[in-house]
Design a binder for this molecule. Structure first.
Ligand code: SF4
Length: 263
């Protein structure tokens, strides 16, 4: 089974949603936060690639020009649903602010080793895949960095528990056979690095518990719905409610506990 951080997180959040997305392959509704994240990641990759080639960082206007092009292309190609209260101009202003901060902190930082780097490594009898935002060379090993564009700043505890960072660190260590010195969640709004580490216990937990749990669940077709506050952002709420009407055993033991009807 090929598993990525997104697939793993989706199954853990709600197995039924996993089925809709990855088994049934139902179309999803593109949203502006998702597209904004894609455009920002691409622009950051471009910025650092230019620096590697030319030895100098672009300025803010060049960075914005690159972002604007990618953003407009995505808006045109995907016609996303806008986050309530947000306009295209709001996203452009946010991009300008994030890029200005990123350029400032990057002038003092080391040049990245890898950018938007795809990996594919074995984990037990399965395969872990993903794309690393960025890997730097540290003093005692590799540094795995993940860019975050979301509105909520992750806490130190979020970063410690971040499964995506564990997966990326595992992938890097397996791929290069080098230790991972630290993992960093880089929140683009303030340019601050939230630093944590991953060790063999984290990797054992991933390999021995998380991946087998998901692989067994998918192979045995355990796609029970798992309602929660995340249902508010689920593209498949209506379908899910329709599928589960009359199947009380699937939903926390009874339809009375089905929370989506009151959302
Ligand atoms: S509506 Fe909720 S329970 Fe149903 S698939 Fe979506 S996240 Fe899962």
């Amino acid at each position: 089974m090929r598993l990525s951080a997104t697939r793993i997180k989706t199954y853990l959040t709600c197995p039924r949603q996993f089925r809709y997305i990855y088994i049934d392959e139902l179309p999803r509704v593109p949203t502006t936060p998702l597209l904004f994240g894609s455009a920002m990641h691409e622009t950051l990759c471009w910025l650092h690639e230019c620096r590697m080639e030319n030895g100098a960082l672009a300025n803010i206007e060049q960075a914005m020009q690159d972002f604007q092009q990618r953003w407009n292309d995505l808006l045109q190609a995907q016609a996303p649903v806008f986050k309530p209260g947000m306009t295209s101009q709001d996203y452009e202003a946010m991009a300008r602010q994030m890029l200005a901060v990123h350029l400032k902190v990057s002038r003092k930082a080391t040049v990245p080793l890898l950018l938007e780097f795809p990996f594919e490594v074995a984990i037990g009898e399965h395969t872990l895949v993903g794309i690393l935002d960025r890997v730097d060379e540290g003093e005692t090993g590799l540094v795995v960095m993940d860019y975050k564009t979301g509105s909520r700043k992750p806490s130190a505890r979020d970063v410690e528990a971040d499964l995506q960072l564990t997966i990326y660190a595992f992938g890097v260590q397996q791929m290069f056979g080098l230790p991972v010195e630290k993992v960093i969640c880089h929140w683009l709004r303030d340019g601050v690095d939230l630093v944590s580490t991953r060790d063999k216990n984290d990797f054992a937990w991933l390999a021995d518990e998380i991946v087998p749990y998901i692989a067994n669940g998918v192979e045995s077709q355990n796609f029970a719905p798992k309602p929660g506050y995340w249902c508010r952002w689920c593209d498949f709420r209506e379908l899910c409610q329709a599928e589960n009407s009359g199947q009380n055993a699937d939903v926390n033991g009874g339809s009375a506990s089905w929370p989506m009807q009151s959302n």
